[in-house]
Design a protein around this ligand. Structure first.
Ligand code: GTP
Ligand code: NA
Ligand code: MG
Length: 303
């Protein structure tokens, strides 16, 4: 692929912030769903990925959102979310202000060198002080445009649906002004598994983000040390789809093992090659582990 094979792709936006500041509620408001009500204890414990359609300056646009947990225990998921993203939306509750995981989240985003849009949430609440959030964040290098800086702050209420359109606009303005989001959509797919688990009925399932190319049902893939043929793909509404284009998150069925979250995937020519690559990687890992432990292993243990 050369330049001419590149087409526009939707921005991938990771939603981050302190626990209970309203990240999932915000995505519910954007998607017209009620994910918050389904969560045990109202705490997000996994990474969710969704794609939405919107209109911006008279054009149909899409945005991919990645929801991350805010609980302090889930640092790794926040770091992983920041790594695959184009833009970070930092959610800060206006009644609570900047908190430890607010800072941790913005550190992940700054480490990944992605632009940050701040969503100042819960402005409907008594005691909400959106300007205090702006003042607090200046300490961390996020200076609001209205204060002479370059960071977009948008006041929202995920609960009442206030400011949601403005936030989507801020995301797309940031994408268009600061990023060159293009990908080859015709090549074999590459991307990353953002989450994976063993499903009782369906076997290993992985939520993957396609970053380049198009992933199709029937493709042979290697994902970390896991491999298999894509038996089915489901979009974020659980609908079966035949192909997934760049920036699309999709649930993949058909892997023979559960890949690691954060593992990259590639499409290869056939199942045999997928198996070989996966086995080579697994062997390499066992050798590295052995070198680390310093214990001698038999050949049988290794291969
Ligand atoms: P974790 O994923 O567990 O970190 O939480 P979260 O950031 O996803 O927060 P969540 O969406 O679960 O919302 C936490 C609580 O705040 C829920 O009870 C929401 O209903 C409430 N909430 C979220 N947004 C708003 C808002 O704009 N206004 C008010 N009043 N409540 C909100
Ligand atoms: Na929560
Ligand atoms: Mg949540």
């Amino acid at each position: 692929g050369d330049e001419s094979d590149l087409v526009a792709r939707p921005p991938v936006v990771t939603v981050m912030g302190h626990v209970d500041h309203g990240k999932t509620k915000l995505l519910d408001a954007i998607r017209n769903t009620n994910e918050v009500a389904r969560e045990a204890g109202g705490i997000t414990q996994h990474i969710g990925a969704y794609q939405i359609a919107t209109e911006h300056e008279g054009e149909d646009r899409k945005i991919t959102f990645i929801d991350t947990p805010g609980h302090e225990a889930f640092t790794a998921m926040r770091a992983r979310g920041a790594k695959v993203t184009d833009i970070a939306v930092l959610v800060v509750a206006a009644d609570d202000g900047v908190k430890p995981q607010t800072i941790e989240a913005l550190n992940h985003a700054q480490a990944a060198d992605v632009p940050i849009v701040v969503a100042v949430n819960k402005v409907d609440k008594e005691g909400a002080d959106p300007n205090k959030v702006r003042a607090q964040l200046t300490e961390y290098g996020l200076v609001a445009e209205e204060y002479g800086g370059t960071t977009m702050f948008v006041d929202i209420s995920a609960k009442n649906g206030i400011g949601i359109e403005n936030l989507l606009e801020a995301i797309l303005l940031t994408a268009d002004a600061e990023l060159d989001l293009r990908a080859n959509a015709t090549m074999d797919a590459q991307g990353v598994a953002i989450e994976a688990h063993l499903d009782k009925g369906r076997g290993p399932v992985a939520t993957v983000l396609v970053q380049r190319g198009t992933l199709r049902v029937g493709d042979s893939i290697v994902c970390g040390e896991a491999f298999g043929r894509v038996r089915a793909m489901l979009d974020d509404n659980g609908e079966a789809i035949q192909e997934a284009d760049p920036s699309r998150p999709v649930l993949v069925l058909g892997l023979t093992a559960v890949p690691g979250a954060g593992d990259n995937f590639i499409v290869v020519t056939d199942d045999r090659m997928a198996r070989q690559i996966a086995q080579q990687r697994a062997a390499r890992k066992r050798i590295a582990d052995m070198a680390r432990s310093g214990r001698r292993r038999t050949l049988e243990e290794l291969f």
